[in-house]
Design a protein around this ligand. Structure first.
Ligand SMILES: Cc1cc2nc3c(=O)[nH]c(=O)nc-3n(C[C@H](O)[C@H](O)[C@H](O)COP(=O)(O)OP(=O)(O)OC[C@H]3O[C@@H](n4cnc5c(N)ncnc54)[C@H](O)[C@@H]3O)c2cc1C
Length: 470
């Protein structure tokens, strides 16, 4: 790569791969960092090379098999032309440098321009029993199937809401797993009302309907508009309780639960890079600001894909391309690609997304009903009661203060699992909107790294603070 411009992309999912492709087509050689061992991101996740099982692309990705193949092939073609670093976690970011960890080795990766395409994780809403062994996120349940070729249990309940709920149920049943119920907290009436907006992406909408119809045809129990009451068990899951839309309490035996309430963007690197954030009502969280091209508020940092706002895999590919074009334009390198067309397509998908968020909104008033002994932060074992007491004492009216006083969000997940719950409880207790109780600030390391001495490139042990500059 031209020394004046060292471009680093974090994320080898659809957004990162298409960004790399656009840069390579313009003669650049970007560094592409991904903590996964193989490229593809979440939706096009590949099983490990030594998985010990084999499933075809069509078994793994269903209707998306062709798109998965196209993205995988695009990356395979790029390999000689990029500096690809799989199995590498970017755990900190400063103005012109990322700190990474690969196989116990620490490296500092300088950049002049950074494209963050870090994707998303499941939104978790706590309920009694959610920390029991056998409870997974929906995404985690899907990863087990895609990566390990196994189901999370032999009597599986999938619960929560969002398109992933029905997709994972379909993928599980199709793979031969036993799904004993799909419990959707979103009522059918809300989903029907959102249909006109979802028709902005008719083929995706049709696929959603197909999954539901396919499950119904196989008599998989589906209940909508439910309130999840508890996941039951001593050490591990043995059942679930919920209330129906009509107010009746029901229970079912199961040995695993996959639970999720839509997705939340992974925004920590953008935060550490100094990007300005704003509250986004659609995503119900704080997002790094970006223009239609993917430029952030920091001149040399670009944002693409679900990490900047949930929009799905097709949008991620478009946004990756668009952000790369913006970068090339900013450094004065000629590029092929129709920026306007990309923005037009992204706007159409955004209208569809609005429909999805309307149809599958997470439960609104849950936080008020959380019992005091409910664990909200499982890393630091902080209960709803502890947080309530802190808020009611008047000591915390802002989430970072709540964090300082209770340690919520200070553990391994760094608030990625519990942060939204803390904000929801704070909003419920103070009667303020979510946007007014603050944003949990990110801290490095954004994901766990060893605190023991790390290996340097030559295999010599060094202390973590002896950062290796390339
Ligand atoms: C668990 C899960 C399963 C999903 N399954 C489906 C599905 O089956 N169908 C569907 O339509 N949509 C699915 N989605 C949504 C879909 O994955 C996204 O819309 C799409 O993949 C977004 O593409 P992306 O490139 O923005 O991010 P991703 O595909 O998520 O790629 C982001 C990449 O960045 C890497 N990364 C993130 N942070 C770091 C870091 N700090 N250091 C190094 N690497 C990092 C990740 O390892 C990942 O490979 C799923 C989402 C999740 C979270």
């Amino acid at each position: 790569m031209n020394d004046a411009h060292r471009v680093v992309i974090v994320g080898a999912g659809p957004a990162g791969i298409r960004a790399a492709e656009t840069l390579v087509a313009a003669g650049m050689r970007p560094v592409v960092i991904d903590e996964n061992a193989r490229w593809g991101g979440q939706i096009y996740r590949q099983p490990p090379a030594d998985a010990g099982f084999s499933r075809t692309k069509s078994a793994l990705y269903g209707f998306e098999a062709k798109k998965a193949e196209a993205v995988h092939d695009a990356m395979a073609r790029l390999l000689p032309k990029i500096d690809y670093r799989p199995d590498t976690l970017a755990w900190a970011c400063e103005q012109n440098r990322l700190d990474t960890l690969h196989a116990g080795r620490e490296a500092s990766v300088p950049f002049t321009h950074l494209i963050i395409a870090s994707g998303a994780t499941d939104r978790v809403v706590p309920l009694p029993g959610w920390t029991l062994a056998g409870v997974y996120t929906l995404g985690g349940a899907q990863v087990a199937l895609k990566s390990q070729g196994c189901a999370i249990g032999s009597r599986v309940v999938l619960a929560g809401t969002g398109p992933l709920l029905y997709l994972v149920a379909y993928q599980y049943v199709k793979a031969g797993a036993r799904v004993v119920a799909v419990l959707d907290t979103s009522p059918f009436s809300r989903q029907a009302a959102a249909a006109p907006r979802m028709l902005n992406q008719p083929s995706t909408f049709a696929k959603g309907l197909y999954y539901v119809g396919w499950l119904q045809a196989r008599r998989v129990r589906i209940e909508r508009g439910v309130t999840l009451l508890s996941i039951d068990g001593d050490d591990a899951v043995h059942g679930i309780h919920w209330r129906t839309r009509g107010g009746e309490t029901r229970a079912l035996d199961c040995d695993a639960v996959g639970m999720g309430f839509g997705l939340r963007p992974e925004t920590q690197l953008a935060d550490l890079a100094g990007c300005r954030f704003r509250f986004d009502a659609l995503n119900r969280c704080w997002l790094p600001e970006r223009d239609a091209a993917g430029r952030s508020s920091v001149s040399h940092v670009y944002l693409a894909g679900d990490g900047a706002g949930i929009a799905g895999a097709d949008a991620a590919e478009l946004a990756g391309r668009r952000a790369a074009l913006a970068l090339l334009e900013d450094i004065g390198v000629a590029a092929r690609g129709d920026a306007r067309q990309l923005e037009h397509e992204l706007a159409r998908i955004a209208a569809f997304r609005a429909g999805i968020e309307q149809a599958f909104a997470p439960p609104e008033h849950g936080a008020r009903d959380w019992p005091d002994d409910l664990t909200l932060c499982r890393c630091e074992e902080v209960s709803a009661g502890t947080m309530r007491a802190c808020i009611r004492s008047g000591l915390a009216t802002e989430v970072n203060r709540l964090k300082a006083l209770t340690r919520i969000g200070m553990g391994r997940c760094q608030g990625r699992m519990c942060g939204e719950a803390a904000i929801a409880l704070l909003a419920a207790e103070t009667g303020k909107p979510l946007a007014e109780v603050g944003r949990l600030r990110s801290q490095a390391p954004i994901k766990p790294i060893p605190i023991t001495p790390m290996l340097y490139d030559d295999g010599v042990q060094v202390q973590p603070e002896e950062a290796h500059d390339e």
